[in-house]
Structures are given as structure tokens and as C-alpha cells.
Ligand binder design. Sequence first.
Ligand SMILES: Cc1cc2nc3c(=O)[nH]c(=O)nc-3n(C[C@H](O)[C@H](O)[C@H](O)COP(=O)(O)O)c2cc1C
Length: 189
Amino acid sequence: MSIHKACKPVLVAYATREGQTRKIAEHVAATLRARNFEVDVVDVGSDEPVELPFYCAAILLASLHLRKHEREMTAFAKTNHDVLARMPTAFLSVSLAEAGAEDSSRSPALRAEAATGVREAIDAFVAETKLHPAHVHPVEGVWRDRAARDARYLEARGRPDGHLPRLRAHGLARARSLRRRDCGGVAAR
Ligand SMILES: Cc1cc2nc3c(=O)[nH]c(=O)nc-3n(C[C@H](O)[C@H](O)[C@H](O)COP(=O)(O)O)c2cc1C
């Protein structure tokens, strides 16, 4: 996004669940500050009030979970639609699907499938918020401890639809029962 030099301040607003999008938001802010822009970074999932009309441009970032961008960002974009629509905006979508789309070790078909998933999620964000950012950039997300395990678990079962607690409970029960069998009926832990 090209922002006019006289534009100040710029809002970098993000929604995160595991913290990766915060890091990316801070990186974006540091890059803009290095170019002499005045920048505020705001977590839209916090209670911090945002005086949106005070800003001349907004960069929005949100991670993807279960094929949807963080609901705090969707709510922010919907609530502030009219003000956002009058200023230059960019949207950065953070996801593992984008990591798959950019992974040169994967087959072209898998990469294309991942890219389609990213595009569909971004299209859904635009359709729901009715916000049309001038610039949209998919950004690679990261695997992270439980985040990684949960996402792999859902993907493996083809159930990226929000039934995680039940699935995880079921998975744990199954794992325990296997362990019991492995240990002659005595749970290992
Ligand atoms: C429960 C769960 C569901 C996820 N679902 C998706 C998904 O549907 N598509 C995707 O590309 N990435 C998915 N991810 C990966 C996240 O988008 C990725 O880890 C991202 O870096 C998280 O960013 P955050 O730390 O800012 O929340 C999922 C991660 C978790 C833990």
C-alpha cells in the first residue's frame, strides 16, 4: 500500500490467538516508523478504545482459525466500516494455508489448493464485513505447540468446523484406551 508521506498517524490493528499476528503487526509498524511514519499498534481484541477518525490509513491483520479470520477483526471491520471505507486500508491475512501455498517443496496441486483456501477465507471476510481493502496480502503463519497439534488434528479428520473440544476429548480417550491396551490394561499415566 502506498501511503502519502503527509499521512499521520497510521493505524496497525491486529487480531491474534497465539501471538504470531502481533509479531507481524509490530514488524509492519517498525518498517513504517523507519520510513518516518507515525504509527499506533492496537490489538482489537483488547478493551483499548480506538479513535479511528484520528488516523489517515489503516492496516488490518488477522490470523485464520478453522477457515475464518479472527472474529474480533471481523467485528472491528463491521463496526467501523464507514470510517474505514473512507481511508486507505490494507488487510493482511495470516494462515498456515499461505505457508502451504508458498512451500516450494509441495506439489503444484497442493500449493494451488492451499492458495484457494486462503482466497476463499479472504473473500468470506470481505463478504461479511463489506470492507474492500485497497490491498490484500496473505502472510505465512506458523505451527506452534498446541496450535499446531490442534490444526493437524482437525485437518486429518477433515473437520475444520469448530468441533475441537469434542474431537480432542474423543482423541484423548482413544489414546488412553490404546495406552491401557499397550500396558496390559494399566494406564501409563
Ligand atoms: C485450532 C486451530 C485452527 C486453525 N485453523 C486454520 C485454518 O483453518 N487454516 C489455516 O490456514 N490455518 C489455520 N490455523 C493456523 C493459524 O492460522 C496459524 O497458526 C497462525 O500463525 C496463528 O496466528 P496467531 O498466532 O496470530 O493466532 C489454525 C490453528 C489452530 C490452532
